[in-house]
Design a protein around this ligand. Structure first.
Ligand code: ADP
Ligand code: MG
Length: 339
């Protein structure tokens, strides 16, 4: 019998991998924003047309790429962020898997313009469905601009699966808000169909919260800070009377990465205890800083799930930090005279 197993061509392998990394326009925005942050940008501009379905562009003033690196960045498992197995346990960057650009380039028409500040000329690369169509030197600003056009144009099943512009835009704004919250020292702007919808100057976290969510948040924040061993918690919780009937404004960042965790959410709720009206959810933006050896961020390609080696300790510290913040702000449960 003849042998029948073959290695997939790169373009097909990338397209398959893209299924996990890029689910919708918002996933591409997240990856592009994280790359800009990893490149030490201090100013990041996002342009979105038709909820990202026709165009998404992220322009940063970060360290840019050399000509060779620009080409290399499109290869799968190509990254500047880790080199050896031990590095997986010391991750401080948002990216490290080296598959985002390769995945996005496999399912869109992508244009990269990038220049290192010390180089005179930059590089432009145009890719369609993993195929490099053009590469040439270009005069451009220092930093990187990556433009993704017609996401999933070559994967009709995916394209048809996209939701309405309203829904897709909501997801994009969520990703934008998360990265903007995690990096208040970076200025961000967001343009939707040529209209500027966010303009966030660099500043403090409290200012970022107000700029993102509204001026009425200012009076409602209680600062939270706790340091125990090699874990530190800082950020803000909303006062109990500010709690809402709907979820959605609960943010946990572990080493600056937005994560979802019912377990950690429970730690916060537990600290609020009787202070919260039944069925309401407090606002919080909490940053957990922990030695990366104690966290596995490599649980899922989108990295919003993580694993702590000792989650009970983290739970206890989060709970203590929130209790402390409530106490410092003289927020205690109302006395129950019926007892
Ligand atoms: P990862 O972020 O996991 O390394 P990506 O596919 O997102 O993988 O990016 C591949 C590489 O391309 C990065 O490691 C980085 O060196 C480079 N790169 C991507 N985006 C930028 C950017 N905006 N500025 C500078 N370098 C970038
Ligand atoms: Mg990346």
């Amino acid at each position: 019998m003849p042998d029948i197993i073959r290695l997939l061509p790169d373009s097909l392998a990338n397209q398959i991998a893209a299924g996990e990394v890029v689910q919708r326009p918002a996933s591409a925005i997240k990856e592009l924003l994280e790359n800009a942050v990893d490149a030490d940008a201090t100013h990041i501009k996002v342009i979105v047309k038709e909820a990202g379905k026709t165009l998404m562009q992220v322009i940063d003033n970060g360290k840019g790429m050399s000509e060779t690196d620009a080409r290399m960045s499109l290869e799968r498992h190509a990254t500047s962020k880790i080199i050896k197995p031990e590095d997986l346990f010391a991750i401080r960057t948002m990216g490290f898997r080296g598959e985002a650009l390769a995945s996005m380039a496999a399912v869109s028409q992508m244009e990269i313009k990038t220049r290192q500040p010390e180089s005179e000329l930059g590089t432009m690369i145009c890719v369609e469905a993993s195929e490099v169509k053009r590469q040439e030197p270009v005069a451009c600003e220092p930093g990187t601009s990556i433009c993704i056009k017609n996401l999933f144009y070559n994967v009709p099943a995916r394209r048809n699966f996209l939701k309405s512009n309203g829904v897709e835009m909501k997801h994009i704004v969520e990703e934008f808000q998360r990265v903007a919250l995690a990096n208040p020292e970076v200025a961000f702007s967001l343009y939707q169909n040529d209209l500027e919808t966010y303009n966030l100057p660099a500043g403090k976290l409290s200012q970022r919260i107000v700029n993102l969510f509204g001026r009425n948040y200012k009076e409602q924040l209680a600062a939270c800070a706790e340091q125990t061993g090699d874990i530190s918690i800082q950020g803000y919780i909303g006062k109990p009377e500010f709690a809402k009937r709907t979820r959605g404004e609960q943010y946990f960042f572990v080493n600056n990465r937005f994560v979802r965790s019912n377990y950690l959410n429970h730690a916060v709720m537990n600290a609020f205890e009787a202070l919260l009206p039944e069925g309401s959810y407090p606002f919080y933006v909490l940053f957990i800083d922990i030695d990366p050896v104690h966290v596995d961020v490599n649980v899922h390609p989108t990295k919003t799930e993580i694993k702590f080696d000792d989650e009970r300790t983290v739970y206890a510290i989060v709970s203590a930090a929130v209790r402390q913040a409530l106490a410092t702000h003289n927020i205690t449960p109302a006395l129950d005279f019926s007892a």
